[in-house]
Design a protein around this ligand. Structure first.
Ligand SMILES: [Zn+2]
Ligand SMILES: [Zn+2]
Length: 307
């Protein structure tokens, strides 16, 4: 892996899927986490593995109260107090706070409201509403040095707002939860199938494809396919859907990767204007069937998570 430049904005999805979600957004020195649904030990170990072991975590942004997004909050809170000598804030909506299991609740909770931007340790954060079956779920757009990153998972359908936010992004982490055919033919009970495919459930490959087709713009450089179902999806199908979406959007040169439940993705990075270096060779996609660049062992292109 190349050295991370001091001012680069780096993003690493440390885990994604129904057994735990967490994405780091920041610089190599400091950043925020979006969600903390895997164990504290794993969060810190995976940051170490991808070269972010020294990065200070300034805050945690919580999308909603499901355990795969907030389960580690209380323990992470205490662990970071020891690590950083300061209790960091956990940001969540009032509806999410009401829904969080009290045993997972961190000490310092800051309230956010969807549609109201705020500054968190120098990062501009916009929480925005998504349809999901929880109290008041949000997605996040995080900006630093004019680089925009969105994390959009756990939504039953896309909206114009979700598309508009995607169009502003350099890096996007988007849910490709299930293949509808696999879901309907799969092992879930009927009621769960209905929940997953419902308007407040999870985004199918076809829905995510349509979102990418409508929302991806020329500034998009990295696309992460997230929250794939272990039972009801295949990375190849998600990648094909993403490629179709990008083609429909007329956007090329995007690096597409599938986030994993078990292993962190090596950091994506976008140079900020002061340090931007033009690519010396054409960027290429790392889709499953294409030749992929040499990657360290921490990166993998397949995913084994449940819905
Ligand atoms: Zn989830
Ligand atoms: Zn959820």
């Amino acid at each position: 892996m190349d050295l991370l430049f001091h001012h680069d904005v780096v993003v690493s999805t440390l885990a994604s899927g129904s057994r735990g979600n967490c994405t780091y957004i920041g610089t190599p020195q400091r950043g925020v986490l979006v969600d903390c649904g895997l164990s504290t030990k794993q969060v810190l170990r995976r940051m170490e593995e991808v070269g972010l072991g020294k990065a200070r975590i300034e805050a945690v942004l919580i999308t909603h109260e499901h355990a795969d997004h907030v389960g580690a909050a209380r323990i992470l809170d205490d662990r970071l107090l020891k690590r950083q000598n300061e209790r960091i804030p956990f940001f969540m909506t009032a509806g999410t706070k009401r829904g969080v299991n009290p045993r997972c609740m961190p000490k310092r909770v800051e309230r956010i409201t969807s549609g109201q931007a705020l500054s968190v340790a120098g990062f501009d954060v916009e929480p925005y509403r998504v349809p999901h079956d929880t109290g008041d779920p949000v997605a996040f757009l995080v900006s630093h040095q004019r680089v925009n990153v969105c994390v959009v998972t756990d939504l039953g359908r896309s909206t114009r707002l979700v598309e508009r936010q995607l169009s502003r992004c350099d890096i996007a982490v988007i849910e490709f939860n299930h293949d509808l055919e696999m879901l309907l033919d799969g092992p879930y009970p009927w009621s769960l199938k209905q929940r997953v495919r419902g308007g407040h459930g999870h985004l199918s490959n076809a829905q995510a494809e349509a979102l990418v087709a409508a929302g991806a713009s020329d500034r998009l450089r990295h696309l992460v396919l997230a929250h794939l179902s272990e039972d009801n999806n295949l990375p190849e199908r998600a990648l094909e859907a993403a490629e179709r979406g990008l083609n429909q959007a007329g956007v090329s040169g995007v690096e597409v990767r599938v986030a994993s439940q078990q292993l962190p993705l090596t950091p994506m990075r976008v140079g900020t204007p002061a340090t931007f270096r033009p690519a010396t060779k054409p960027r290429r996609r790392t889709a499953s069937t294409r030749s992929r660049p040499a990657t360290p062992p921490t990166q993998q292109l397949s995913l084994f998570s449940a819905g």
